[in-house]
Write a protein of this length. Structure first.
Length: 400
């Protein structure tokens, strides 16, 4: 049995015989019924100072020549542990190797799941940079990659919209420049080559050249103002301004044009209205655009009304006029070159940039400009500016 030992125990669990050493005779070994195997007992004795694991079976009295009650087979615990380790080691190595392979596969799969959308995003970014503004990645999810994909698509949509606005702006600008430039070239050529014989014809041609030149100059000035406002480089000097007095002044400026179209002008200003914090020159520019549009587009014989009121710490000016047959879109009125009636483009005299500039100027003065149509069909232009705090302040222009 090599390291195994065979022992006989009497009914008091004392060793009566030991195949390994007679020194253990008389030693008591605690034998207990095994929990896993029926009719077998187990014990963990220490024999000659070495721990053992033992299994015991009861002997029938007829087969008990030495008066023994139990036959015990004992094996050193170290031997059992070494045998178990020898059997488990290959299994552990195989299991560890399989786990390592699975882990490497998982790393590869996870790496690909991360790099694939990033590669897709990089390719989409290259496409957008090359001019394909309609490119989308369609990556969605609650993780960081999904959020990045959604943000990229929003950015691409914004770039595409901005590009479309730029194309529309250039197309509209070309269209607006074409009419006056055609008139300038045609009438100036007629003046040069002498095809206009009469003084009246030459005077009319010179007047048209002058008017169209002023139109081109006004367009260039408005484009420059719009670029400066959007770039934040326009100078704004805020001080206290009497809005009621400013409204009255603007009405007197447009009165000759209103009389020519049989328009009535009405002004309502409360007597206790506080001054506003605004740049006087820029406020005049905004109000001039509002009154100019009202007088140009109000139906002949109607009334243009200007009202001032105080609301929640700000002072609001409202310029209202009947919208007429061609109702404008209040949401689009502040777009560049927008006109509700395209047929009146040349006759109206403007270039469609005034309201876009006015909204930017109102924002620069910490105010707000918006439009709405009331139930009666009147167009109302609202300008809200902060009420002055009885202190003159100057806000320098942002660094340009």
């Amino acid at each position: 049995l090599s390291e195994d030992r065979l022992l006989l125990l009497d009914r008091q669990r004392r060793v009566v015989w030991d195949s390994g050493s007679p020194a253990t005779v008389g030693q008591v070994i605690a034998v207990q019924a095994a929990r896993r195997v029926a009719n077998v007992a187990e014990a963990q004795p220490t024999l000659d100072g070495q721990p053992y694991l033992a299994a015991a079976v009861a002997l029938a009295p007829a087969r008990d020549p030495l008066g023994a009650a139990f036959l015990v087979v004992a094996r050193p615990r170290a031997s059992i542990t070494a045998a178990a380790a020898g059997e488990l080691l290959p299994l552990l190595l195989a299991t560890g190797g399989a786990a390592l392979v699975v882990a490497m596969l998982l790393v590869v799969l996870v790496g690909r799941s991360l790099t694939r959308p990033l590669t897709q995003l990089a390719a989409a970014a290259e496409d957008v940079a090359a001019g394909n503004y309609s490119r989308r990645v369609g990556i969605r999810g609650d993780d960081e990659i999904g959020m990045l994909g959604a943000a990229f698509d929003r950015m691409a949509e914004a770039v595409e919209r901005a590009r479309k606005v730029q194309r529309d702006f250039l197309a509209n600008l070309s269209h607006e420049l074409k009419t006056p430039l055609t008139s300038l070239i045609g009438f100036s050529q007629a003046l040069v080559d002498g095809s206009l014989k009469g003084d009246s014809d030459r005077a009319r041609a010179a007047a048209i050249v002058h008017e169209e030149s002023e139109r081109v100059l006004r367009m260039a000035q408005e484009l420059l103002d719009l670029a400066r406002v959007e770039a934040g480089s326009i100078s704004i000097h805020v001080t206290e301004v009497d809005l009621g007095g400013q409204l009255q002044q603007e009405i007197e400026i447009v009165r000759p044009r209103a009389d020519a179209r049989d328009l009535r002008l009405a002004l309502e200003v409360p007597p206790d209205m506080p001054p506003v914090s605004a740049d006087p020159e820029r406020l005049h520019q905004i109000l001039d655009n509002l009154f100019d549009n009202a007088v140009k587009y109000a139906p002949a014989g109607s009334t243009v009304t200007a009202v001032a009121r105080v609301t929640d710490g700000s002072v609001e000016a409202i310029v209202a006029n009947p919208a007429g047959a061609h109702r404008p879109d209040p949401e689009r009125m502040f777009e560049r070159f927008y006109r509700a009636d395209r047929s009146r483009s040349a006759a109206a005299g403007g270039v469609g940039l005034g309201l876009a500039i006015s909204r930017e100027l109102a924002t620069a003065m910490r105010g707000r400009l918006w439009a709405e149509l009331d139930d009666a069909g009147d167009l109302q232009m609202h300008l809200a500016l902060p009420a002055a705090r009885h202190a003159v302040t100057e806000r320098p222009a942002p660094p340009g």
